[in-house]
Design a protein around this ligand. Sequence first.
Ligand code: DX5
Ligand code: ZN
Length: 209
Amino acid sequence: MGTSFILAPSLLSADFSRLAEELTFIEANGGEWVHLDVMDGAFVPNLTFGAPVVRCLRNKSTLPFDVHLMVERPQDFVKTFAEAGADYFTFHIEASVHAHRLISEIRAAGMKPGVSIVPSTPVHILDEVLPLVDLVLVMTVNPGFGGQTMISGCLEKVRELRKRRTEKQYTYLISVDGGINAATITNAADAGADVIVSGSSFFSGDIKK
Ligand code: DX5
Ligand code: ZN
């Protein structure tokens, strides 16, 4: 169980002055998806970039763009990220009252809907949306910054999501995000993650081990 996974390096730890080269670095070092962390300074206490940057990067790589929106009002950004070329549009359940509608809008815009939970949110909050999404992103740090230490208890949620998927024959991929390094990656894979996001450890070369 959990021996193969998709590696999704996060551009959050890249050099923002040379993002196109960093995409090449990702491809050359085993990255299979590109994870793009969009932060609005409101949902999380940090700011990164938005759809214009994603649009500029789109023709610099053929890898799927896995956009993780750590923003309030994610419904306001569906159209712009679809036009920018996002493949996955992952929003936080904590930021969405009408998640059912939002998921339909993401799909209608031609993207794959993903939903994420922060460490303090339990899996059962997702009960009604699990049959509808293509990706569930389990945060294993409190979102906002790269380079934090994994809260390893969150990996229990990955096991729970695996179990639920099997029982109900759901089809979502399970992604783990936060504090993945050479020491923790095996635990994430063993818990059953299909996708593993790595920012600081990937760009420092640690994850290659
Ligand atoms: C954190 C972001 C992560 C971040 C992970 O809020 O969602 O994607 O880039 O960085 P590391 O791998 O350094 O914990
Ligand atoms: Zn992320």
